[in-house]
Every structure is written in C-alpha cells, then in structure tokens.
Ligand binder design. Structure first.
Ligand code: ATP
Length: 230
C-alpha cells in the first residue's frame, strides 16, 4: 500500500499540494483525477521522491522512500524520456543498467504487441509510438507500483483503447497501476479506485463500481458534480 499522509508542497507562491492524505491499495488500478493544474503530477512526483515535501510523509508498504522501496516504483512522466537519437533497442539497453528488475522478455513481448521493431529510432517515432515505448518502460521495470502521468495525453482514441487492453493484460495481481488523467472516458471501465483532487486537496476517494451500483453515477457525473456543481 502507498500511504500519502498530510502532504503539502508549495512551488514559490503556488500551493500544489495542501495537507493531502489518501492511500493507494495493492492489486488495483487507481486513477488520480482532476482538472488541469490541481496537483496530479506533483503527487506522482512526490510519491517517486522527485520533489521535496514541505511537510507530511509518504510510505511505500510502510517504509519511507529508500533504495529498497525505490525499486518498487516505476514512474513514467508525461514528458519525453528517451534519448531521441537512440533506437528502441539502444534505449532498452540503456534502461537495463538503471532498473534492477528490468524484464527484457516483457519489453520485447509488449513491443511486438504494439507492432514495433527495436531498430526504430526514437526521434522518428510518431507521438503515439513514443507513448507506446514509454508505457513499455513503465511495465518492463517489473515494479510493484506503476505510476503513469497522463499516459493518454495527445493519443488518439484507438491507441488509448489499445493501451488500456495491454495494461489490463500485463498487470499482475500483486501490482498496482496509478494513472493521472483528466480524461476518464476510456478508462472508467477498468479503474477500481478514484482519487478526486482539487486545488491540491483530496475531494473524495471512491470505488468506481460502488459509485455506479449505489449512486447510479458514472465518474464523469461525479466530476461534473465536483467541478461544475451540477
Ligand atoms: N516546477 C514548478 N514550478 C512552479 N510551479 C509549478 C511547478 N510544477 C507545478 N507547478 C504548479 O503547481 C500546480 C500543480 O501542478 P501539477 O502539474 O501538479 O498539476 P496537474 O494537475 O498535474 O496539471 P495538468 O493536468 O495540467 O498536468 C499548478 O498550479 C502548476 O502551475
């Protein structure tokens, strides 16, 4: 379990996270949802140890972030992370040195599923294919917690659906996937828990299926209620 406890983070005048607390359970797909600028990326960076917290704690399976817990996390940011001049093969070779649990077999299996070959140069890939290679990077680390920041940004509907199918296929029972997005439409059928945030604060954490069954609401209905007061 990932425990975010009373975390605050300010960037100069902007309070990105404001005393926020929630948990992310094992074996689930959790979506951190919110409109632009509410603090979604900052939360993932905070969990991954990439931003210094002003206050609060983050525990990974009960432990603070150390070398040991760091290997349980695979963070895929929403920016280009591969060296553009490398081929996919070279990029995989490079990643191997960084990630203790790098799973070459899984990387190549996913590459094949995405219909890509490893001789392709990163700088010549389309945006959608770059996103595919990034997703592979997240999954091939064989981490317990896969943190994906806006993985669907700029990706067409068909590729989104493909990603979702592949995520569901490659996620094992012990793994958890955490996705930040403001576009819930395609993933609402596979999401277990939703953490809804606004202005760096937790608005609500709910189970998507319970929301559907008990309140007859979709996640989008809930977002409208929270952000537009409908
Ligand atoms: N490095 C930074 N320096 C200054 N302000 C920042 C920095 N990173 C984020 N912010 C600000 O912190 C707030 C939260 O940003 P964050 O990127 O976490 O939001 P987000 O919900 O992921 O947004 P989006 O959906 O647009 O990606 C925003 O007001 C943003 O402008």
């Amino acid at each position: 379990m990932i425990e975010v406890k009373n975390v605050s983070k300010r960037y100069r005048k902007v309070k990105a996270l404001d005393d926020i607390s929630f948990t992310i359970e094992e074996g689930k797909i959790t979506c951190i949802l919110g409109i632009n600028g509410v603090g979604k990326s900052t939360i993932l960076k905070a969990i991954s140890g990439l931003v210094r917290l002003d206050s609060g704690d983050i525990l990974i399976d009960g432990e603070k972030l150390t070398y040991n817990t760091y290997n349980k996390l695979a963070f895929v940011p929403d920016i280009d992370i591969h060296f553009p001049q490398m081929t996919i093969k070279e990029s995989f070779e490079f990643m191997k040195d960084f990630y203790k649990n790098w799973n070459e077999e899984k990387a190549y299996e996913m590459l094949k599923m995405f219909d890509l070959t490893d001789d392709r140069r990163i700088c010549k890939l389309s945006k959608g294919n770059k996103a595919r290679v990034k997703i592979i990077l997240g999954f091939a680390q064989d981490a317990k917690y896969i943190l994906l920041d806006e993985p669907f940004s700029g990706i067409d509907i068909f590729k989104r659906e493909e990603f979702i199918g592949i995520m569901a296929k490659y996620m094992s029972d012990e793994q958890s996937i955490v996705i930040t997005t403001h576009e819930i439409a395609e993933i609402q059928m596979i999401v277990d828990d939703v953490i809804l945030i606004n202005n760096g604060k937790l608005v609500e954490k709910f189970n998507a299926e319970e929301l559907r069954e008990k309140e007859g609401m979709s996640i989008i209905d809930k977002m409208r209620e929270v952000y537009k007061g409908e």
